[in-house]
Design a protein around this ligand. Structure first.
Ligand SMILES: CCCCCCCC/C=C\C/C=C/C(=O)SCCNC(=O)CCNC(=O)[C@H](O)C(C)(C)COP(=O)(O)OP(=O)(O)OC[C@H]1O[C@@H](n2cnc3c(N)ncnc32)[C@H](O)[C@@H]1OP(=O)(O)O
Length: 365
């Protein structure tokens, strides 16, 4: 654990804080007024909202990065900053990770608000739309020209964007497709960092899985100490990398083996299985199923049991269980990055990723 914390210190606050105003994949931008608003709400970054209850010592970290909470470099950076802050806050002993179902985003100054399939105008505070006009926009396929109503607003508008019913869709595939080797390396380092911080956390951690959780989303879930999943037939969870034509790295595999055992992990990884909630419970991939509206409250009740155990005893035991797995990555980090970069930039792998992306988009059409 100490190693993990020492390592994470490399991810200095100043460096990461400076990244808080960069563009997301969806072209939105967080500007400083948005950040200060988040701070008042006990939140630390635009893609992630954190509420720490000082009376219980339990923080709830809500992922709020539409459309599917995919793990982009920006997202991972924010995730790590938040984890590091909570880790250093002695009053925080437990962490619940979940997804919000609605995302509120703040726009300032002159701003353009469009209505698309997943964006709607939620609230506009005065002074409101001063110009109404028509905007022509090329769709994401690049083929159709669609005409959308648009409001050009001055001053502040609040826009609400709905998240899909996902916990996290895993690594952002766009971070692995068509990117330079340098950028891929930077991205992979952030994925490693996220896992090292979470799997090695001194806090008791519970994943409150209120949506689908494939691949990297599953990794985040099994990086926690306990998993509670919504009993919803639409949701699935698993390390499905082989279905994308890619290979789960050894530390994804090790985390899965530590969770479900060798045989179940072997079947699961080779076939790239995504499990329904009941099947995930059967193999021990999740620990408990509850009705969707009880996921968070159950996580909070469960957390109180975890926190009834003296911290030092629980932490030393956790370290004893996980240290070997963590050390294996720590002593192979650079080689793991090199492997990832050379694997992901291969033409054949890029082709697989392109086909997978096309499949995701055509499924929607
Ligand atoms: C030799 C050994 C060397 C070792 C090298 C190691 C290499 C290993 C590398 C990486 C490991 C990879 C880990 C990963 O996590 S890969 C990501 C896997 N994720 C998935 O497969 C999930 C894909 N998504 C879905 O199945 C669905 O989107 C959903 C179930 C999560 C949600 O469904 P739904 O609500 O119907 O939403 P849409 O499908 O309509 O999606 C909305 C929108 O979002 C885009 N999108 C979805 N998932 C991702 C993603 N992971 N990354 C980026 N974008 C994503 C989707 O395309 C839609 O986009 P739009 O059409 O533009 O709106």
């Amino acid at each position: 654990m100490a190693n993990v914390l020492r390592n994470s210190a490399k991810f200095g606050f100043s460096g990461v804080l400076s990244q808080l105003s960069i563009h997301s994949r969806h072209g939105r931008e967080c500007v400083s007024p948005c950040f200060s608003l988040q701070q008042r709400n006990n939140s630390t970054s635009p893609k992630i909202k954190v509420d720490l209850d000082n009376s219980t010592g339990v923080a709830v970290l809500r992922m709020q990065s539409p459309p599917v909470n995919s793990l982009s470099l920006d997202f991972l950076t924010e995730f790590c900053i938040n984890l590091e802050k909570l880790e250093m806050d002695k009053s925080c002993r437990g962490l619940i990770i979940t997804s919000v179902s609605t995302h509120t985003h703040t726009h300032t100054d002159t701003d353009t608000v469009t209505q698309s399939h997943k964006t709607m105008i939620h609230t506009i505070t005065p002074p409101v739309c001063v110009v109404s006009q028509t905007l022509s926009k090329v769709s994401s396929t690049g083929l159709d020209i669609i005409t959308l109503p648009v409001c050009v607003c001055v001053c502040v508008c609040l826009v609400s964007q709905t998240l899909s019913k996902v916990f996290s869709a895993g690594l952002d595939i766009m971070e692995m497709y068509g990117k330079s080797p340098e950028r891929c390396g930077e991205f992979w380092k952030a994925v490693q960092e996220m896992w090292l911080k979470l799997y090695g956390s001194n806090m008791a951690t519970i994943a409150a899985i209120n949506g689908s959780s494939p691949a990297g989303g599953c990794l985040m879930s099994i990086g926690c100490d306990y998993r509670i999943m919504a009993d919803n037939p639409r949701y699935s969870i698993g390390l499905n990398e082989t279905q994308l034509g890619i290979v789960a790295p050894f530390w994804f595999k090790d985390t899965l083996v530590n969770t479900v055992g060798n045989r179940a992990a072997e079947l699961s990884l080779e076939l790239g299985l995504l499990y329904s909630a009941p099947d995930a419970l059967k193999i021990g991939l999740v620990d408990q199923l509850v009705p969707e509206d009880q996921v968070l409250s159950t996580a909070q009740d469960t957390m109180s049991k975890w926190l009834a155990v003296p911290d030092h005893a629980r932490q030393i035991t956790k370290s004893m269980m996980r240290k070997q797995t963590i050390d294996k990555l720590l002593s192979n980090r650079e080689a793991d990055i090199t492997n990832f970069v050379s694997f992901i930039t291969k033409d054949s792998i890029q082709r697989s990723l392109r086909m997978y992306l096309e499949m995701l988009k055509s499924r929607k059409a």
